[in-house]
Design a protein around this ligand. Structure first.
Ligand code: AQP
Length: 327
């Protein structure tokens, strides 16, 4: 069975973009692949964060993964910092990664702009740690949103450089995109993102979700209700594609392009579908919050299983590098 690896940062509320771009896809892939899913806390500390909230954010993120349907029976679910080999391998990969390659990463440039007061080495090294996350488990596939494709390309390059310089021990993993790999925020401009605050959280209360949807930007050229719209440039339609069936998509397409339905009608339909899909997730999350021993247990068992794989990889890596081993 081919292995997949993917991770999510505990940087705040998990949103519709994370859900349809990554997490929901992960739940579908569990039957076909040997799955390793990680709450990547070492990635999250590359930007300023409230230290006192990190433990809760990490557990909340794990709760969401379980509530969305990741199953500890079928997947290994764990916290990155519980398996220190991730950072050990990242250090080694630093020695084969050209600086120019990381400097040109779009995410680095965006984050550096967003966090001018703290452009640290970790922010730049993010994709190298990500390569270590993936290659530690020799994963062949990485299910991610479109924003991460460039990092997976770099991961392949890191694997190639290591394999050429030392020995061919790493695969060159490929990205697996979901059917909704890029969801824009409610501003209709930037990627929906925790740190940009333009998101709809998957655990947010229904009235909050509706208010955000109601005021979300649609096709900016559709100024009046009687103007026909263009679904292809409307972020609400993109989100519809992730939550609504074909019949409804056809109805919206026809209604929007003929001005038969207005944006609010379209948003109401979307709201109902989002609600139908996410209400059980919210309920499951509330249940899990009352059963934290179970959640902690899942993460512990996941880390135990991952440490075994990580240990074996690192032993091979250290030998490949010619390092002097301890007795
Ligand atoms: N808007 C999006 N559309 C589709 N997929 C998305 N993903 C994130 N945003 C979208 C995918 O979700 C997975 C987990 O992302 P992450 O939390 O590790 O980091 P991120 O991509 O940086 O997400 P955010 O929300 O933008 O976080 P912050 O603001 O903290 O940086 C990834 O597979 C990602 O592609």
């Amino acid at each position: 069975m081919k292995r997949i690896f993917s991770g999510i940062q505990p940087t705040g509320e998990i949103h519709l973009g994370n859900y349809v771009g990554a997490i929901r896809n992960w739940t579908y892939l569990q039957d076909e692949y040997d799955c390793v899913f990680c709450v990547v806390d070492y990635h999250a500390i590359t930007i300023e964060y409230p230290v006192e909230e990190m433990k809760k954010r990490t557990l909340d993120t794990a709760i969401i993964l379980l509530a969305c349907g990741l199953s500890p029976e079928r997947s290994k679910i764990f916290v990155q910092s519980h398996v220190p080999e991730h950072t050990e391998l990242a250090w080694i990969f630093n020695t084969v990664t050209p600086i120019g390659e990381v400097e040109r990463m779009t995410q680095f440039k965006d984050k550096a702009r967003q966090h001018r007061a703290n452009i640290n080495m970790g922010l730049m090294d993010y994709p190298v740690l990500q390569a270590a996350d993936i290659l530690l488990y020799k994963a062949g596939y990485v299910p991610v949103g479109e924003d991460q494709v460039q990092h997976i390309e770099l991961c392949r390059e890191v694997a190639r450089k290591f394999n050429t310089r030392f020995a061919p021990i790493f695969p060159e993993p490929e990205e697996l995109l979901s059917m909704a790999p890029r969801i824009l925020g409610v501003d209709g401009q930037s990627k929906m993102s925790k740190s940009l605050g333009n998101y709809i959280g998957i655990l947010e209360e229904e009235d909050v979700v509706w208010e955000k949807l109601r005021t979300a930007v649609t096709d900016v050229n559709r100024v009046r209700r009687k103007d026909p719209g263009n679904p292809e440039v409307c972020n609400i339609y993109t989100i519809h594609r992730a939550f609504s069936d074909n019949a409804m998509l056809i109805e919206i397409d026809k209604g929007c392009t003929s001005a038969g339905i207005g944006c609010i009608d379209c948003k109401k339909m979307l709201f109902e579908n989002v609600k139908r899909e996410l209400t059980p997730v919210r309920e499951k999350a509330r249940e899990l919050e009352k059963n934290m021993d179970y959640v902690v247990d899942v993460l512990e068992k996941g880390a135990d299983a991952c440490r075994e794989i990580a240990d074996a990889t690192m032993e091979e890596v250290r030998a490949t590098l010619g390092l002097y081993p301890p007795r």
